[in-house]
Design a protein. Structure first.
Length: 473
C-alpha cells in the first residue's frame, strides 16, 4: 500500500565539483534543461519525432484485432494453436454495448485494463528474461503469498539462446520493413512535392513571360542594391569581433532556451508515461490495471439511463417551471438591487482578492524560506553541490544487463537476524524549519500581528479609501 503514494524528492550533496558532475550525469544524463545546448535541442526534437512510431504499433494492433489474428498460443494434445483472444474480447464487448449503452462507463474502464494487460503480454513475448517484466498474475500471487516475484535467471540455458536469436532477427526484419515503408512514403511525398513544384514553376514562368523586361530590370536593381549594401556594411567590419575561444553569448538564448525547457519537460513526461505503459514501472501499471478492473466491475451494475433520466427530470421541473417568476420577484430583483451599488461591489471584490493574494503570498514565502534554509543546512552539513535524484524512470535509454548476466533471488533462510551495532544517518532531513515561538501567549501575539498586517493591507487596497483621498485632494 506504500506504493500508492508517489516517491518523495531526494537530493544528494557532494563536496567536490567533479563528484557533482559525475552524480548529475548518472541521475540526469548529459542534457541540461537550464543551459542552452543546440545538441540537446535537436535530441529532444528527434525523441519527440520517434514517438510517431507508436502509430505503426497501433495500426498493427488494430489489424490483429479486426482480422482475428491469433496471438495466444495454447498446446492441446500436442497440437499448438494460437487463439485470437483480443478479437474475441472486442467482439463480446461490442455486442453487449450496442444492446445496452448503460455498460459504456464500465467498458471504458475495462478497455483501459485490457490495454495494460495487452501491453504486459507484448512485453512477455521477448524470450530474454532481462527484457521481460513482472506478469500480472505473478504480481497478484506475490501480493497474496507475501513473496517477491523475482526468479532465477540462468544465462547458460540452452533453450533460450536460439529463441532469443530468432526473436532479435524477427525484430530486426520488422524494423527494416518499417523503415522501408517509411522511406517509400517519404519518396512518394517527395515525388508529389516535386510534381506540384514543377507545376507551380511552369505557371510562374508563363506569368513572367508577359513582362520579362521589367522583371529582369527589377532583379538587376535588387542584385546591385544588395551588393552595395553588403559593401557598405563590410567596410568597417575588420577585427571588430574577437574570437577569444571561450564562452560566447548566444543572442537566440531568450528564444531558444524556453523552447528547450518545454521540449525537455515534454520528453520527461512522455518517458514516465511510457515506463508505466510498458510495465517498466510495474507497480504503478499493476495498480492502474486493478483500479480499472474494480471500477468497471462496480459501474457495470449502475443503471445510468435511469440516473440520467431523473437528473434531467429534476432539472426541468426545478428550473423551467412557472414558479421561476416568483424567484425573479423575490430573489433575483432583490439581489440586483443590492448589487447596483458599484462602489460597494467593487470594495467587496477588492477585499476578497486581496485576502486571497495575501494568503497566497504568505504560503509562497513560507515555502521559499523553508527551501532556502533546508538548502543552506544541507550544504553546511554534507557539501555545497546538490544533485537531484529522479523520482520516476524518466531516462531515455534503459540500462539492460547483458545476455550472459545472471541473477539469483535472495534467500533469507540461511541468515540469522541482523544485529544493528551502529546506525549512520543519511542526508534526508525532516521537519519544518520556519522558527516560531512555542508558547500560547506569543502565538496569540503573532496571530494578532498577522491580523493587523492583513487589515492594514486591505484598508490600503480599499477603493473607498482611494476615492476619499482623491476627493480630499
Amino acid at each position: 500500500m506504500a506504493s500508492l503514494a508517489p516517491p518523495r524528492a531526494n537530493y544528494v550533496n557532494v563536496a567536490k565539483k567533479d563528484d557533482f558532475r559525475t552524480a548529475r550525469f548518472v541521475t540526469q544524463g548529459e542534457e541540461n534543461l537550464h543551459n542552452l545546448d543546440m545538441d540537446a535541442l535537436k535530441s529532444y526534437g528527434n525523441e519527440l519525432e520517434g514517438y510517431a512510431d507508436v502509430l505503426y504499433y497501433i495500426q498493427q494492433a488494430a489489424m490483429t484485432v479486426l482480422l482475428w489474428r491469433g496471438h495466444y498460443q495454447v498446446n492441446i494434445c500436442g497440437c499448438k494453436f494460437k487463439l485470437a483472444l483480443h478479437s474475441l474480447t472486442a467482439f463480446v464487448m461490442g455486442v453487449f454495448l450496442v444492446e445496452d449503452f448503460d455498460l459504456f462507463p464500465a467498458f471504458f474502464f475495462f478497455s483501459i485494463a485490457w490495454f495494460f494487460l495487452a501491453s504486459n503480454e507484448q512485453r512477455q513475448r521477448n524470450p530474454s528474461p532481462w527484457h521481460k517484466s513482472a506478469t500480472f498474475g505473478g504480481m497478484w500471487l506475490a501480493f497474496l503469498t507475501k513473496r517477491p516475484w523475482n526468479k532465477e535467471i540462468n544465462p547458460n540455458d540452452a533453450e533460450l539462446q536460439p529463441l532469443i536469436k530468432e526473436y532479435e532477427e524477427a525484430q530486426e526484419e520488422r524494423r527494416k520493413k518499417k523503415e522501408e515503408k517509411k522511406d517509400n512514403s517519404n519518396t512518394q511525398m517527395s515525388l508529389m512535392d516535386a510534381y506540384f513544384a514543377q507545376e507551380e514553376q511552369e505557371t510562374t514562368e508563363n506569368a513572367e513571360k508577359k513582362d520579362n523586361s521589367n522583371t529582369q530590370m527589377s532583379l538587376m536593381d535588387a542584385y546591385f542594391a544588395q551588393e552595395e549594401q553588403e559593401t557598405t556594411e563590410n567596410a568597417g567590419d575588420e577585427d571588430i569581433e574577437t574570437n577569444t575561444g571561450g564562452m560566447q553569448i548566444n543572442p537566440l538564448k531568450p528564444i531558444l532556451l524556453p523552447i528547450q525547457k518545454v521540449l525537455g519537460l515534454a520528453c520527461q513526461a512522455l518517458r514516465i508515461v511510457k515506463s508505466v505503459v510498458v510495465w517498466d514501472e510495474s507497480i504503478y501499471a499493476f495498480l492502474i490495471t486493478n483500479a480499472c478492473l474494480f471500477a468497471g466491475a462496480v459501474l457495470i451494475f449502475v443503471p445510468w439511463s435511469w440516473i440520467l433520466r431523473w437528473i434531467f427530470r429534476v432539472i426541468v421541473w426545478t428550473l423551467l417551471g412557472p414558479w421561476m417568476k416568483l424567484v425573479d420577484i423575490f430573489v433575483v430583483k432583490k439581489l440586483q438591487a443590492d448589487g447596483d451599488n458599484f462602489m460597494k461591489r467593487l470594495d467587496h471584490t477588492v477585499k476578497q482578492r486581496s485576502q486571497l493574494l495575501l494568503l497566497k503570498k504568505r504560503t509562497i514565502m513560507v515555502h521559499k524560506e523553508d527551501a532556502f534554509k533546508l538548502r543552506a543546512i544541507k550544504r553546511y552539513m554534507f557539501g555545497k553541490f546538490i544533485a537531484k535524484v529522479p523520482q520516476f524512470k524518466d531516462y531515455r535509454y534503459p540500462d539492460i544487463p547483458l545476455p550472459e548476466s545472471s541473477s539469483l533471488p535472495h534467500d533469507t533462510a540461511g541468515y540469522s537476524s541482523v544485529h544493528i551495532v551502529e546506525r549512520k544517518h543519511g542526508q534526508q532531513l525532516m521537519g519544518h524549519m520556519i522558527p516560531a515561538w512555542g508558547d500560547a501567549e506569543d502565538g496569540a501575539m503573532l496571530n494578532s500581528a498577522a491580523k493587523t498586517e492583513s487589515e492594514t493591507i486591505l484598508s490600503r487596497a480599499s477603493p473607498m479609501k482611494l476615492f476619499s483621498r482623491k476627493k480630499a485632494k
